[in-house]
Design a protein around this ligand. Structure first.
Ligand code: GAR
Length: 211
């Protein structure tokens, strides 16, 4: 099982979905650490309740020195033997150095159908644009924000009478299904990259059928 850190900044509902999936010993990732850049992230208590090691590396004291903040995070990641990173509502932009070091080994979930609506306030922007389909994307992280190779997407309709909260809840339910599946693909080595295109290879046969 690949040792995985989940990085959060807040509520941690995607983190909880990943923890639930990884509670199954057959799941290919094991959650070795939940790391938050905010001490007040609600997700930390949830992770601790589930018996998962947690760490806080406050980003604020580092100000604009993102490299120093990341060096402090790297120390925690190394201490816990982390091999994969899942960003789950982690609201800090990472440097090119950090993303290059974790290239192919760091995933993010974003609440829109990328490449539409990168950045913040995705649900309000989708409503304002009048699109009829919206959703979420799990992608590999590259230096360009929300630009990495797309692993998986789920779409939801935008319905008459939707407001930001209703739409966000509809998307979030899909996020909780999509992220555990996409992390499992990466953790089990099924993802091959052709440029920015992701090819999904067949799962290994169940061990009983191996010759
Ligand atoms: C999720 O909707 C996630 O897609 C989004 O923040 C929310 C976190 O919720 N991520 C971003 O906007 C990344 N820029 P959660 O803490 O309950 O998982």
């Amino acid at each position: 099982r690949r040792r995985t850190a989940i990085l959060i900044s807040g509520r941690g509902s995607n983190m909880a979905a990943l923890l639930a999936a990884a509670a199954d010993p057959a799941y290919p990732a094991e959650i070795a650490l939940v790391l938050s850049n905010r001490a007040d992230a609600a997700g930390l208590a949830r992770a601790a309740e589930a018996g998962i090691p947690t760490a806080v590396v406050e980003s604020r004291p580092f100000g604009r020195d993102r490299a120093a903040f990341e060096a402090a995070m790297e120390a925690e990641l190394a201490r816990h033997g982390v091999e994969l990173i899942a960003l789950a509502g982690f609201m800090r932009v990472l440097t090119e150095g950090f993303t290059a070091r974790w290239e192919g080994r760091m995933l993010n979930i974003h609440p829109s159908l990328l490449p539409a609506f990168p950045g913040l306030d995705t649900h309000a922007r989708a409503l304002a644009a009048g699109v009829k389909l919206h959703g979420c994307t799990v992608h590999l992280v590259t230096p360009g924000v929300d630009e990495g190779p797309i692993l998986a997407q789920a779409a939801v309709p935008i319905l008459p009478g939707d407001d930001e909260a209703r739409l966000a809840a509809r998307v979030l339910a899909e996020e909780h299904r999509l992220y555990p599946a996409a992390l499992a693909w990466v953790a089990s080595g099924r993802v091959a990259l052709e440029g920015r295109l992701v090819r999904l290879e067949a799962p290994p046969p169940p061990s009983g059928e191996r010759l």
